[in-house]
Design a protein around this ligand. Structure first.
Ligand SMILES: Nc1ncnc2c1ncn2[C@@H]1O[C@H](COP(=O)(O)OP(=O)(O)OP(=O)(O)O)[C@@H](O)[C@H]1O
Length: 578
C-alpha cells in the first residue's frame, strides 16, 4: 500500500493532537532553553571583548554560568516532558488498537493473522515513541535555536552567513533525499516482524500437532526466513541512516572549515573582529548540531511513521456496533424461538453460496438437532443467528424480530454459544465459567456446575474452582472441556443455547453426562444442537437434515428414518461407529 508523506504527517498530527497541552508545555520549556542557548555566544562575545578592553569580568562570567546551567536544566525538563508525552502516545495507541481489534467484525478476523495483529499492538506502537520523541524534541527548541542562530549570525556577518548556508544547503539536501528509502526499509522490516509473530502464533496455536507432525524444523526455517527479511530490511534502514549521519557530519565539518577560512580572511581585512568570529563559530556549532540531530531524527521519524501507517490500517477496519448490553437477568428467561426465512449466504463474493434459500422454524423451548454431512452449512446457520455474518438474502429472526434490528449486545446476551472445539481460556476454572457472566454469584456457579455434571471434577481438582486449567484447558479432558463450555454458556442465562457438538467420540460416561445436561437445559431453554451423536438426535424434539446448504427434511427421528434416505444413511453410519 503506497502512502504519501502528507498522510504520514496527518497521522502523526492525529497522534499528537490529544496531547497538545503537554506538547505545548514541553515546547515552551524547549523555547526557554533555546533562548538561553542563543544568548550564550553573545555573552561569550562580551567576555572576549571585556578581556580585550580589560573591563571587569565578574558579572559577565556569572551571567555566562547562569545561562549554561539554567539552559541545561530547562532543556532537561523539556526533554522529560516531551519523552513522557511520547510514552503517553504509545499507551494511547495501544489502548485504542486493543479495543478496536476486540470489536472487529468476524469476517475481518477471518482474513487477518492474529500474530501480525499482536505485533502491531506490541512492536509497532513502540516505534511511535521514536517518531514522536524525535518530532517533538526537534520541533521546539532545536528549531528556535536554528532560526535564532541564523538571525544572529546574519547580524554578526551577513556575507559569511550566506557562504556558510550555501555549504549547508548543498550537503543537507542529501539527507532529504534519503528519507523515502529509510521509510520504505522500515516499513518492510516491521511487516517482516509481523510475519514472525503470525508464524509463531500459528505454531503455538497447534503446538501438539506441530510436535506430532515433526514440523519443528520446518516452522523454524519459515520463521527464520521472516527474521532474516526483517534483519535485511533493518540493516538496509541502518545503512541509509548511516548515510544521513555522514551527510550531517560532512555538512558540519565543511561549514566549519569554510567559516574558518573565509571568516579568517575577513578578520585579516578588518571586515570582522575576532570576538565576532568566535561568536559566529559558536552559533555555527549550534546550527550544525541541529542539522546532525535532524539527520539522525529522520530515521526515528521514518520508522515511527511506518508504524503509524500499519496501526492506521487496523484502525480503518470496520468494527461491530454493539450497543448497550442489558443487565444479566434483566430479560425474561423464557425460551426464544428462531426462524430462518429464505436465507442465502456466501462467505466471500467470489465464493459459491454456503446456504441456499434455507427456511426453518425452531419453536421456543425443547431440543432441535441439526444433522448433515460435514460442510453442509450447519455451523454457518449458528453464525448467522449470532450475527457473526449477515445473510445475503432472507432473514434470521428471534421471537419474530429480525436479528439485524436488535442491538448486537442485546441479541448476544440472549444466546449461549458453545463452539465445536469448546475453547478454554488460560486461567482458573472459575474464570472460565464466569467469562460470560462475571457477576454470577457462588450459588449460581455451584448450581450450573451441578447441572453440567462437573461437581466430581471440581472436587478432584486441588484448588477446586480456583484451579488453573492451563493454556487452552490442556489439563481437562475433551468431555470436561465441552461441559465447561456449556456451563459457561448457561451462566449467561440464555434464552437460546447453540451447541456445536464435538465430533470426536466421548466415552460412555461423558456422553451420558452431556445427554443429560442437554435434556435438562432443553426443559427451560431453546436448545439447538449440531448433532454428531445418535443419543442427541434420538432425544431431539425436532431434527433438521441439512445438505449442500439447504434444509432437505424436518421431522422427528422415527419420521425421518422412514422418509429421508440421507438421514437413514447418517444414522446407519452412526450405528456402525457406535
Ligand atoms: N470462515 C469461513 N470462510 C470461508 N468459508 C467457510 C468459513 N467457514 C466455513 N466455510 C465453508 O462453508 C461451508 C460450510 O461450513 P460449515 O462449518 O457451516 O459446515 P458444517 O455443516 O458445520 O460442517 P461440520 O459438520 O464439518 O462442522 C464449508 O464448505 C466450509 O468450508
Amino acid at each position: 500500500m503506497s502512502s504519501s508523506p502528507p498522510r504520514s504527517l496527518r497521522l502523526l498530527a492525529a497522534h499528537l493532537w490529544p496531547h497538545r497541552r503537554a506538547v505545548g508545555c514541553g515546547a515552551l520549556l524547549g523555547l526557554l532553553g533555546g533562548v538561553g542557548t542563543l544568548a550564550e555566544p553573545l555573552a561569550a562575545m562580551a567576555v572576549v571583548d571585556a578581556l580585550a578592553d580589560g573591563s571587569p569580568l565578574g558579572g559577565l562570567l556569572a551571567l555566562l554560568t547562569a545561562l549554561v546551567v539554567g539552559g541545561a536544566l530547562v532543556a532537561g525538563l523539556s526533554s522529560y516532558v516531551l519523552q513522557r508525552t511520547a510514552e503517553s502516545m504509545v499507551a494511547a495507541a495501544r489502548d485504542r488498537l486493543v479495543s478496536h481489534i476486540l470489536l472487529l467484525r468476524v469476517p475481518e478476523l477471518d482474513r487477518l493473522k492474529p500474530g501480525d495483529l499482536l505485533s502491531r499492538v506490541t512492536s509497532d506502537t513502540a516505534h511511535i515513541r521514536s517518531a514522536a520523541g524525535q518530532a517533538l524534541v526537534d520541533s521546539g527548541s532545536a528549531l528556535l535555536v536554528a532560526v535564532g542562530s541564523i538571525v544572529l549570525m546574519a547580524w554578526i556577518d551577513l556575507p559569511l552567513l550566506l557562504v556558510c548556508l550555501a555549504v549547508i544547503a548543498v550537503i543537507g539536501a542529501g539527507s532529504v533525499l534519503l528519507m523515502p528509502p529509510i521509510r520504505r526499509a522500515n516499513e518492510r522490516s516491521q511487516r517482516a516482524v509481523g510475519e514472525v509473530g503470525a508464524l509463531l502464533e500459528r505454531s503455538l496455536g497447534a503446538f501438539r500437532t506441530l510436535k506430532a507432525s515433526g514440523a519443528e524444523q520446518r516452522e523454524t526455517v519459515s520463521a527464520r526466513a521472516a527474521v532474516r527479511r526483517a534483519w535485511r530490511d533493518g540493516v538496509r534502514a541502518a545503512a541509509w541512516t548511516a548515510a544521513t549521519h555522514v551527510a550531517g557530519v560532512v555538512t558540519s565539518q565543511a561549514a566549519f572549515l569554510v567559516v574558518l577560512g573565509v571568516g579568517g580572511a575577513r578578520v585579516a581585512t578588518g571586515a570582522l573582529d575576532v570576538s565576532g568570529l568566535i561568536a559566529f563559530l559558536l552559533y555555527l556549532m549550534r546550527l550544525t548540531g541541529f542539522v546532525v540531530q535532524l539527520a539522525q531524527g529522520v530515521s526515528g521519524l521514518q520508522s515511527g511513521l511506518a508504524a503509524m501507517r500499519r496501526i492506521d490500517e487496523v484502525e480503518r477496519l470496520p468494527v461491530e456496533r454493539r450497543g448497550a448490553a442489558p443487565r444479566r437477568g434483566a430479560q425474561a428467561p423464557a425460551p426464544a424461538s428462531v426462524s430462518f426465512t429464505g436465507v442465502s449466504f456466501r462467505y466471500r463474493d467470489d465464493a459459491p453460496p454456503v446456504l441456499r434459500d434455507v427456511t426453518l422454524d425452531v419453536p421456543a423451548g425443547g431440543l432441535t438437532a441439526l444433522v448433515g454431512p460435514s460442510g453442509a452449512g450447519k455451523t454457518t446457520l449458528f453464525s448467522l443467528v449470532e450475527r457473526f455474518y449477515d445473510p445475503a438474502e432472507g432473514t434470521v429472526s428471534l421471537d419474530g424480530v429480525d436479528v439485524r434490528d436488535l442491538p448486537l449486545a442485546h441479541l448476544r446476551s440472549m444466546i449461549g454459544y458453545v463452539e465445536q472445539d469448546a475453547p478454554i481460556l488460560s486461567g482458573t476454572l472459575r474464570d472460565n465459567l464466569c467469562y460470560a457472566a462475571p457477576d454470577a454469584d457462588e450459588a449460581e456457579v455451584r448450581r450450573v456446575v451441578a447441572l453440567t455434571r462437573l461437581t466430581a471434577l471440581v472436587e478432584r481438582l486441588p484448588d477446586g474452582l480456583d484451579t488453573e486449567v492451563g493454556h487452552r484447558g490442556t489439563t481437562l479432558s475433551g468431555g470436561e472441556r465441552q461441559r465447561v463450555a456449556v456451563a459457561r454458556a448457561l451462566l449467561r442465562r440464555p434464552r437460546l443455547l447453540l451447541l456445536d457438538e464435538a465430533t470426536s467420540q466421548l466415552d460412555a460416561a461423558n456422553e451420558t453426562a452431556l445427554r443429560e445436561v442437554i435434556a435438562d437445559v432443553a426443559r427451560t431453554t431453546t436448545v439447538m444442537v449440531i448433532a454428531h451423536r445418535l443419543s442427541t438426535v434420538v432425544d431431539a424434539d425436532q431434527i433438521a437434515v441439512v445438505e449442500g446448504g439447504r434444509v432437505r427434511a424436518v421431522g422427528r427421528h422415527a419420521d425421518l428414518l422412514r422418509c429421508d434416505d440421507l438421514y437413514r444413511e447418517l444414522i446407519q453410519a452412526q450405528l456402525l461407529d457406535a
